[in-house]
Design a protein around this ligand. Structure first.
Ligand SMILES: Cc1cc2nc3c(=O)[nH]c(=O)nc-3n(C[C@H](O)[C@H](O)[C@H](O)COP(=O)(O)O)c2cc1C
Length: 242
């Protein structure tokens, strides 16, 4: 095994969801910033980066958000909380940025790659992310995918729920990058979906289409911070070779 794999393996095995943090131990808040800057390097669908990360640092803000996390100890004792937000609604802004980036990457606008990239971001992306009030377009897309899919492999996700899932998937990958980076920085974390996402959304003054993916408590673990030994079902029940 390569040295990098050994280090990574150790980090993976040492990361646990920590529910109680040590109030006395030192905490370098810059580690959160560095880890968020690593979080945004996560793979994400079409590189649309439809995510946002809110750092909850002040005592007052932490108290409010911990309350919205049902006063879980993992939130109440955290030195900092990070709210991961899915921003499906920002697709037009991101699309613009990506079109600009494609122009930079492919200055020869007539090249095959430039045309393909432009077609992807200017034509396909709006068809994927745009949706009407009743999501009729989503239903139409599902219908088209079904009929095309009878003859050849076809993507199947097209309605609003599918798109939401896609945006949450990418945000969750960023969350995992963040938690692993915090572990590498010597700190612990606990992802939480046991929270009042509506209240948190209001507290952060987010628009209605934004969605809170999870809140992550961060800090140095207290001795009693891990509740039990790690349990996983046997690998053979979940890992298959075809
Ligand atoms: C999406 C998600 C939501 C979670 N929500 C909570 C939560 O609200 N409260 C909590 O204490 N742990 C929460 N957890 C932590 C899991 O309980 C924990 O990851 C699992 O028990 C495995 O333990 P480990 O992380 O120590 O390996 C959550 C984990 C994930 C991935």
């Amino acid at each position: 095994m390569k040295e990098t794999a050994k280090v990574f393996d150790q980090l993976i095995r040492e990361r646990r969801s920590v529910r109680i943090y040590d109030p006395e131990a030192e905490f370098d808040h810059d580690a959160v910033q560095r880890s968020l800057e690593r979080a945004v390097l996560a793979p994400n669908s079409s590189n649309m980066q439809l995510w946002e990360f809110y750092r909850i640092r002040s005592e007052e803000a932490k108290k409010s958000v911990a309350w919205m996390c049902m006063n879980q100890k993992a939130a109440k004792t955290a030195h900092e909380l990070v709210v991961i937000v899915a921003r499906r609604d920002l697709w037009k802004k991101r699309q613009k940025a990506l079109v600009q980036e494609m122009k930079r990457v492919y200055p020869d606008t007539q090249s095959k790659q430039a045309k393909r990239a432009m077609n992807y971001y200017q034509n396909l992306i709006p068809k994927y992310y745009w949706s009407d009030w009743f999501d009729i377009w989503g239903l139409i897309k599902k219908g088209i995918y079904f009929f095309v899919g009878l003859k050849r492999p076809m993507v199947r996700h097209g309605n609003r729920t599918d798109i939401k899932i896609s945006v949450h998937k990418s945000a969750a990958l960023a969350a995992q990058n963040f938690m692993m980076s915090m572990k590498a920085e010597g700190y612990d974390t606990c992802p939480m979906e046991g929270m009042d996402s509506l209240r948190i959304k209001r507290y952060l003054k987010l628009p209605s289409k934004a969605e809170v993916v999870m809140v992550i408590g961060c800090g140095p673990a207290a001795e009693e911070g891990i509740y039990s030994d790690r349990f996983r079902v046997p690998n053979k029940e979940v890992i298959f070779e075809v």
